[in-house]
Design a protein around this ligand. Structure first.
Ligand code: SAM
Length: 282
């Protein structure tokens, strides 16, 4: 069990067993509710609260290979600009330390851990991938990590979060609306049109990109007011290993079988480009 010392959690976890919804206590080795439902915490500290009926497959979410590739990319510094842009946006809210933040589809935890380190927030990361949550819990004991399905009701009480982030990950407007306090901040990051354009060009020829930001704004409009929209872009020179990790760890990694194309690639300067949408809960 991870021995990092934090105050007891304030987030109102609720029991995920169908029809229960009793408060859950985050114990040292188990998470349990007043009706006797219990969930073991893994050695690394995370808790798997995914119910059988919420699984999408036997191995839902990102694979270990994808998680490890993304971690290596982040280790090369590829997430720093986006991390700083998220931090700058959150800083504008002037929230006190111990405010509660949820990262839906948190992956291996880099962005949530950075927010907790910078602001002293109580952080909760949710991902459906056990390898992702395992990696997050091992590397970042500063936050709490839960395996759950962000497309379904998540195991938290209404209005308990001050900030929710969704970073090239799940978008669940009704559920984010339920979980976010009135006036709370929602940060949604989507890939910008020119993200990885050089890599996509080299491997697949030009591919049309859908308007992710437009779709996202429309999906959130009824519950959230859009406060700000920014493009976060950078250009990095990557060797073939770096290119491979970027592809395998990105949102396109699973979609394309690009292994053969990657084999012949020379070092390449690649644009990384995101749109950061900042909303307030109405
Ligand atoms: C492109 S990755 C982004 C990870 C992280 N937000 C980051 O930017 O480094 C998308 C993540 O969403 C997770 N995911 C996919 N479906 C999910 C679901 N239904 N509920 C929760 N997480 C999910 C994947 O396992 C993966 O970790």
């Amino acid at each position: 069990m991870n021995t990092f010392h934090r105050p007891p959690p304030r987030a109102a976890l609720v029991c995920p067993v169908r029809g229960c919804l009793e408060p859950l206590t985050w114990g040292d080795s188990q998470v349990f509710c007043t009706k006797g439902h219990q969930f073991d915490r893994a050695k690394s500290g995370y808790c798997n609260l995914l119910q059988v009926q919420e699984r999408k497959s036997n191995r839902p979410g990102d694979s270990k290979v994808a998680v490890q590739a993304r971690r290596r990319s982040l280790g090369r510094g590829l997430g720093e600009d986006l991390r700083d842009a998220l931090g700058a946006r959150v800083a504008l809210g002037g929230l006190p330390p111990q405010s509660l933040v949820l990262d839906a589809g948190c992956g291996e935890g880099y962005y949530l851990a950075a927010l907790c380190q910078r602001f002293g927030f109580e952080g909760w990361g949710v991902d459906i991938s056990t390898p992702a949550i395992e990696a997050a819990a091992r590397a970042f004991p500063i936050a709490r990590w839960v395996v759950a399905n962000a497309d379904r009701p998540m195991p938290f009480a209404d209005g308990c979060f001050d900030v929710i982030t969704s970073i090239t990950a799940r978008k669940n407007p009704p559920e984010f609306g339920r979980l976010l306090a009135t006036g709370g901040q929602l940060l949604v990051v989507v890939a910008h049109e020119d993200d990885q354009k050089e890599l996509r060009g080299a491997l697949f020829g030009e591919l049309p990109e859908s308007d992710r930001a437009g779709d996202t704004k429309a999906a959130f409009a009824s519950l959230f007011a859009l406060e700000d929209e920014a493009v976060v872009s950078t250009r990095v020179l990557l060797d073939p290993l770096g290119l491979r990790d970027l592809l395998m760890g990105s949102y396109r990694g699973e979609r394309f079988s690009a292994q053969e194309g990657l084999a012949g690639l020379e070092p390449l300067a690649v644009t990384l480009s995101y749109r950061l949408l900042s909303f307030r809960r109405r």
